[in-house]
Design a protein around this ligand. Structure first.
Ligand code: PEP
Length: 258
């Protein structure tokens, strides 16, 4: 089993002081653990430098929650992939369901962002997932397949190798309702098959497919024990150091026990 990856998506939370404290607390708590698990903190843009400064000494990497679909220039309010790269940011979440919903992001926009991130040697963490009505109508596989194909399958093999996928059923995000381990595993296995058909077995196996949606310290071990769940994208539970580190420890346990 390959090492897991745990990414914390802070969304639009924390004051400057709270962000600083949380980054330091997580860094201190994981310092002695000799982790195999990859840990990534994704605070809001304006706290990224706090995280990249600490990341040099600590056992975590830094990610942004979004980037512009444009390269540079007259695009007021945007942050480019190149700016993130120059700051030492290594990962960037794209296509989160909240951005699809509130900012009308399409699969095509997500594809442009993934391209710019890859051009700048950042890892795109591309989110996919169905809303509750799509699951009830048994359309969840079809929806996720379309999201992945339209946002990622234009990539070369070499570029695709750097991509991380996060399956986040929208009905589970921030709701306290988690997908069952079986539901998560079923979708992750489906996504891996899609990748295998397009890019071959080796890349399918090495691609990280993370689960996100009300993952917490209590349910992480069971979710991460599924063979096709390579870790988690964590929202609410990444805002407290103890909870987030407990999830990282769950990820670590699943690998060490196998
Ligand atoms: C997320 O926003 O990516 C997420 C998974 O949120 P939560 O863990 O709070 O459901």
């Amino acid at each position: 089993m390959k090492p897991k990856m745990v990414i914390g998506n802070w969304k639009m939370n924390k004051s400057f002081e709270e962000a600083d404290d949380l980054i330091i607390a997580i860094g201190e708590q994981i310092a002695g653990l000799k982790l195999e698990t990859g840990v990534v903190l994704c605070p809001p843009f304006i706290y990224l430098e706090l995280a990249t400064d600490q990341a040099e000494e600590a056992d975590f990497s830094t990610g942004a929650q979004n980037c512009s679909e444009y390269k540079n220039g007259a695009v007021t309010g945007e942050i480019s992939a190149e700016m993130l790269a120059k700051l030492g940011v290594e990962f960037c979440i794209v296509g989160h369901s909240e951005r699809r919903k509130f900012f009308c992001e399409s699969n095509q926009t997500i594809a442009k962002k993934a391209d710019l991130l890859l051009e700048n040697q950042l890892v795109p963490v591309v989110c996919c997932g169905e809303v509750i009505d799509e699951r009830k109508a048994n359309r969840h596989f079809e929806v996720v397949e379309k999201q992945i194909k339209e946002s990622l399958f234009h990539l070369s093999k070499e570029d695709f190798e750097s991509v991380v996928i996060a399956y986040e059923p929208v009905w589970a995000i921030g709701t306290g309702e988690t997908a069952t381990p079986e539901q998560a595993e079923e979708m992750h296995a489906f996504i891996r098959q899609l990748i295998e058909k397009k890019y071959g077995t080796e890349i399918a196996y090495s691609t990280y497919i993370l689960y996100g949606g009300s993952c917490n310290a209590q349910n992480a071990l069971e979710l991460f024990s599924q063979p096709n769940v390579d870790g988690g994208l964590i929202g609410g539970a990444s805002l407290k150091a103890n909870d987030f580190v407990a999830i990282i420890e769950a990820a670590e346990t699943t690998v060490k026990e196998n």
